[in-house]
Design a protein around this ligand. Structure first.
Ligand code: HSE
Length: 434
């Protein structure tokens, strides 16, 4: 059978990896796809020294690839929103299938892109957009298709996890580790996307859509970064038996869907709490299967290429199938998507770690306990540390039971208004994931 012709747009970390994997594993890939997958053209402005493209035609203009009549599948690896969107829509218009690793594009413009793809009967595949090499989209969309998904929670930004791990294990500074992540090609072009949780929110938006059958709604995701985390809280969390991870959580409740990215205390003995470095992991809980865990490299040249190539194989196999009988982009049939609302963070439910810097006076703990109990907030554990020498303050650390966030907001406002409480109260959400 004639080989499938692929055009790669962007020869950076992932583009270079994709070319190399396609070349190195060509025979194995053809045995799986039933035909060869051949890179017929590459669009790049500069060569990638880690990639020997040999005689493959190269152009500096991505639209040469999109308009090349020989090409069946366009691989979009240029990143960003604007040009990438134009490229993908043009490719679809030209009747080409698309494979992309671009989570920002899918999370923000996916609804429009998929509608257009359906109209034209082409596939837009995006496994590499979430958690790099981990086939978690395939797992949820196909492997768990018999389940009603209850919740999912994931470490879905390698850079952030790498930073938290190095800070905790080696006492390295935030900036120092971030520079290394950039040099290794893990970080986004704008690394604030990594450390402020935007990248994770893009990925969570995609996962939530395919888990619950809802349209992509990135603008409704709650996002909180890791830049404000202190070593003190990392250490207190450890003393309480927890690890702090930057987690994306999506949960279905009767009133709506929680969609939130924030630092989270997780019991230290959970497998996911021990996912370190650039590795990613996603837990998915379904009513039939219970909890499942998907683990692997969430970024990097060949791990991400692994997902891109898997999508290419899927598309190659599907070329001859009826477009109406393919796996739907968002797992559910497009006319069956639900309008269950995304909840604002104040309506989400979680347990909370609070650190209160208090003056060392009698009755402070009693006042704290009163404020919490008046709002129906149940304390699970409490720890009072010795007076800090430099300022004479006492850190009071407590963990609550699960409660609606609005009540914690009210309690924090009341605590901060106390004469004996100094500074802002530190609040970090706690998830048991059991
Ligand atoms: N910047 C992302 C990360 C790359 O660090 O996880 C993979 O999406």
């Amino acid at each position: 059978m004639k080989s499938v012709k692929v055009g790669i747009c962007g020869l950076g970390t992932v583009g270079g990896g994709t070319f190399n994997v396609l070349e190195r594993n060509a025979e194995e890939i053809a045995r799986r796809a039933g035909r060869g997958i051949e890179v017929a053209q590459i669009a790049t402005r500069q060569p990638n020294p880690k990639c020997n493209t040999g005689a493959t035609p190269i152009t500096a203009d991505i639209f040469d690839v999109v308009n090349n009549p020989d090409i069946d599948i366009v691989v979009e690896l240029i990143g960003g929103y604007t040009l990438a969107k134009e490229l993908v829509l043009k490719a679809i218009d030209n009747g080409k299938h698309v494979v992309t690793a671009n989570k920002a594009l899918i999370a923000v413009h996916g609804n429009e892109i998929f509608a257009k793809a359906r109209e034209k009967g082409v596939i837009v595949a995006f496994e590499a957009s979430v958690a790099g090499g981990i086939p978690v989209i395939k797992a949820i969309r196909e492997g768990l298709a018999g389940n009603r998904i209850n919740w999912l929670a994931g470490i879905i930004n390698g850079t952030g996890n790498f930073i938290l791990t190095e800070m905790r294990e080696k006492g390295r500074t935030f900036d120092d580790v971030l520079k290394e992540a950039q040099a290794l090609g893990y970080a986004e072009a704008d690394p604030t996307f990594d450390v402020e949780g935007i990248d994770a929110a893009h990925k969570l938006t995609i996962l939530a859509s395919i888990a619950f059958g809802i349209p992509l709604q990135f603008d409704k995701a709650y996002t909180e970064g890791i830049t404000q985390l202190t070593t003190a809280d990392v250490n207190y969390a450890e003393a309480l038996g927890y690890r702090i991870k930057h987690l994306g959580v999506a949960r279905r409740t009767d009133s709506g869907i929680e969609l939130r990215v924030h630092p989270t205390l997780i019991p230290a003995d959970r497998l996911i709490a021990n996912v370190n470095g650039v590795m990613n992991a996603v837990m998915v809980n379904g009513d039939a299967v219970g909890s499942t865990l998907y683990y692997g490299a969430g970024a990097g040249m060949e791990p991400t290429a692994s997902a891109v190539v898997a999508d290419l194989v899927d598309v190659a196999r599907a070329l001859t199938t009826d477009p109406n009988n393919r796996v739907p982009h968002l797992a559910f049939q497009p006319d069956s998507l639900s309008d269950h609302p995304i909840l604002p963070i104040s309506a989400c439910e979680s347990a909370y770690y609070l650190r209160i810097q208090a003056k060392d006076h009698p009755g402070v703990l009693a006042q704290v306990a009163t404020i919490l109990s008046e709002r129906g907030i149940n304390i699970e554990s409490i720890m009072q540390k010795e007076v800090e020498e430099q300022d004479g303050l006492v850190p009071v650390i407590l963990v609550t039971h699960r409660v609606i966030e609005q009540r914690i907001d009210d309690a924090i406002a009341a605590l901060e208004a106390l004469d004996d409480v100094v500074d802002k109260v530190v609040r970090i959400r706690v998830e048991q994931l059991n």
